[in-house]
Design a protein. Structure first.
Length: 389
């Protein structure tokens, strides 16, 4: 046995290769041995043994359940993975959570040549503090941030632990939580996802989705100027055409209104031809009127118009509302969605509509939340001292 062999095997899930190598070296392993171990963990999903000693081992939380819903593109899979609870903390005394789960969703896509691949929607927090009115996760309140290892473990589970092995092509931070509220861990997870000897996802295949935290957008703007991350995707849940409606359904808008958000986004360093994706959850009676489409088009005008000769720097993704439990609003009809999309297109907005996969799984955007704990009261209803709920 090497003199420095770790008593507990090193878990690479929260480590880039460079950091893993440092730990491996201090345990007496060479850079080459570290490289072999790292690749084995991510590519084969198993631990690594050198001279009879298993010294590198992934430790993802176990899968607690998985739900599969068939769609025309293939099965959509939602799975729950266990993470450590908050036992022993003041929070546990108040709400009694000894073990927790995070939810992730695999969404199938069919490519131009007919091949199927998956987008993995990952969570960055257990619960969320931001209280969006249409969101299932908001019902839970904020419980805790996930670590980089817990974020990467969701990819590991989808790749190596589920009943089937899924080819994950894209990854979106669109599950439970606001990524900008846990940005250090999210950025570290992105470094690991992009590690060529690890998951080896391209930055262009990863999207960070935010409700529009301007401070976080500024930090992400610095991150994407680092080599290798320029093509990282940015998506903003806009969901409203004006401050009045947005503040009603997204409390963060009271602290960071739409004008300030747009200014930050116009300064964001997009790659040539790149676009910011604006998510618009269409809620009947709230934000679906023709006048709302007109206002939204005007708001987005500084990003440019969609014509035969020009592409704007903004893409609007219209998502039919997927009613959360006890929702005061219904889902929109096909006609309502189509009319809104067509009006935007006529106004020169580059717009797509997203099919709602996972309606019965409650696994679409803003719809994640663990049933056992979602009925608990909300925690931390504030944002930098500004009340948001
Ligand atoms: S939509 Fe996102 S930011 Fe808003 S409450 Fe839900 S998880 Fe949080």
């Amino acid at each position: 046995m090497d003199s420095g062999t770790p008593l507990i095997p090193i878990d690479p899930l929260g480590l880039t290769l460079a950091r893993f190598e440092c730990l491996a070296q201090s345990a007496g392993y060479s850079p080459d041995q570290a490289l072999q171990a790292y690749r084995r963990v991510f590519r084969e999903g198993s631990g690594h043994t050198t001279r009879g000693q298993e010294w590198a081992r992934p430790s993802p939380g176990p899968i607690q359940s998985q739900l599969v819903e068939d769609t025309p593109e293939g099965p959509t899979v939602k799975f729950l993975q266990r993470v450590a609870g908050v036992a022993g903390t003041p929070l546990a005394d108040r709400i009694g959570l000894e073990e927790l789960s995070v939810e992730s969703v695999l969404i199938p896509m069919i490519g131009r040549l007919g091949q199927r691949s998956y987008t993995l929607c990952v969570s960055s927090q257990v619960g969320c503090a931001l209280g969006c009115a249409f969101c299932e996760t908001a019902q839970m309140g904020f419980i805790r941030n996930l670590t980089p290892a817990e974020i990467v473990a969701q990819w590991f589970a989808a790749r190596h632990l589920l009943d089937r092995r899924y080819e994950i092509r894209n990854l979106v931070f669109m599950g439970m939580g606001e990524p900008m509220d846990n940005l250090d861990a999210v950025l570290e997870a992105i470094r690991i996802f992009c590690d060529n000897n690890g998951p080896a996802l391209g930055a262009s295949n990863i999207t960070v989705s935010t409700v529009g935290r301007i401070d976080g957008i500024g930090r992400l703007a610095s991150f994407v100027t680092e080599p290798g991350y320029r093509r990282l995707g940015l998506s903003v849940s806009i969901n409203a055409p004006n401050d009045e409606i947005r503040s009603q359904i997204m409390p963060i808008n009271r602290a960071m209104p739409m004008d300030a958000l747009r200014s930050a986004l116009l300064e964001y360093p997009l790659r040539p031809g790149g676009k910011i994706c604006f998510e618009y959850v269409l809620i009947p009676g709230i934000n679906d009127a023709p006048a709302h489409a007109d206002e939204l088009a005007e708001y987005l005008a500084p990003f440019g118009k969609w014509t035969r000769a020009t592409m704007p720097r903004a893409l609007v993704n219209v998502i039919p509302y997927n009613p959360r439990r006890n929702s005061p609003w219904p889902a929109p009809s096909e006609t309502q969605v189509n009319e809104f999309v067509h009006r935007l297109a006529q106004l020169g907005v580059y717009v797509k509509r997203r099919r709602t996969k996972g309606r019965t799984l409650m696994g679409a955007c803003g719809q994640l939340g663990v049933e056992q704990i979602r009925s608990r009261r909300r925690i931390m209803p504030s944002l930098g001292g500004v009340p948001i709920a």
